[in-house]
Design a protein around this ligand. Structure first.
Ligand code: AHG
Ligand code: MN
Ligand code: MN
Length: 335
């Protein structure tokens, strides 16, 4: 059996595609290191007094879990010390974290959701970390917000870590999607899923149906369509929803499926709003989906084509098998 660690894989990829600028392999290595440290803390969560909230509310107006804070601070620490990033945008910080003069500044900006699905942690449900890397485009020595506010299609790399029954790191630099499983006994991420492609068959849908009264007509009609019986198209679909984007997406990526977090009218009748964040959740997940042969839309627009206006922008996200996501767009057009 051929055993390949994540570092060997990155180096092989760099040899094959020499376009990547310096520091990239080191940066991915830093992310993998932070992931291992977060995984260790997640595993001990019930014991180490790290469950529950900090008593604070973040920039999104959401309760900050102790683990959100831990993961955010740890990643910022590892990335700043690593000297490969020029700016860090995080779901947990209102503004970008600039790299202080005491540290080296690198060629990449990172956007990250340090802990995704953290409200599930107390119940031992899988959670994740999502990251997205952009090449520095701003002038000047240090990075700025401009480096973080780039379209998803410009990503140099996107990936996530899933802290599940095993820990996996899945990433893409635009040349396919590769998955690595952590062997905890040696502390290495080992290549376990090479060149992941979303299976053609799509039989799963994942959505928070508790919101269905607040959906637009097109979404209501599409989800009802998925429940109708039709053997030729494999309907009714099976419903699977964890409430943790990384876990829901990861399952659908491996088994085939469509994930929906459409805009809804929860906040009022005038302006429907999505929940998920463009830079920290939707864009990186969309990049991986497309690299695996899938597709991601807001219902009307390709996620990767959206020019971000601000760091914490929210968007509807419908992602998964391309044929189903396109069908969803068709339902929206016809409604
Ligand atoms: P986060 O924990 O980073 O705030 O993200 C939670 C997100 C995402 O993981 C999941 O898809 C979605 O919230 C679930 O939302 P609902 O509870 O509204 O279904
Ligand atoms: Mn999240
Ligand atoms: Mn989060």
């Amino acid at each position: 059996m051929k055993i390949k660690t994540i570092e060997q894989h990155i180096l092989d990829q760099q040899r094959k595609f020499p376009g990547a600028s310096g520091g990239f392999s080191g940066l991915l290595y830093d992310i993998a290191l932070a992931a291992k440290m977060i995984a260790r803390q997640v595993n001990r969560a019930g014991l180490a007094n790290v469950l529950g909230s900090t008593g604070e509310v973040n920039i999104q107006g959401e309760v900050v879990q102790k683990m959100d804070k831990y993961a955010n601070e740890l990643l910022i620490n590892v990335l700043t010390n690593g000297g490969k990033v020029c700016a860090i945008a995080s779901e947990e910080n209102e503004n970008i974290v600039e790299i202080h003069d005491d540290f080296l500044s690198g060629n990449y900006a990172i956007n990250m959701d340090p802990l995704d699905g953290s409200s599930n942690i107390g119940a031992n449900v899988s959670i994740g970390t999502i990251f997205s890397l952009h090449r520095k485009i701003s002038q000047g020595n240090r990075g700025s917000e401009e480096d973080c506010l780039q379209k998803g299609s410009q990503q140099a790399c996107a990936g996530y870590v899933i802290y599940g029954s095993s820990v996996m790191l899945v990433y893409s630099t635009g040349t396919g999607v590769h998955g690595f499983t952590l062997d905890p006994s040696v502390g290495e991420f080992i290549l376990s899923h090479e060149n992941i492609q979303i299976p053609e068959q799509c039989r799963i849908y994942s959505v928070n149906e508790g919101n269905s009264n607040y959906w637009d007509e097109g979404t209501k009609r599409y989800v009802n369509y998925l429940k109708e019986t039709d053997r030729t198209t494999g309907r009714p679909f099976t419903s699977r929803y964890i409430g943790s984007l990384v876990s829901d997406f990861h399952r659908n990526l491996l088994y085939g499926g469509i994930f929906l977090y459409p805009a809804d009218y929860k906040k009022g009748p005038t302006k429907p709003e999505g929940k998920l964040r463009l830079l920290f959740e939707a864009a990186p997940i969309a990049f991986i989906a497309e690299q695996a042969g899938g597709y991601a839309t807001t219902g009307t627009d390709r996620i990767l084509d959206i020019g971000p206006k601000h760091l914490h922008q929210r968007v509807p996200l419908i992602v998964g098998n391309k044929s189903e996501v396109l069908r969803y767009e068709e339902f929206i057009r016809r409604s």
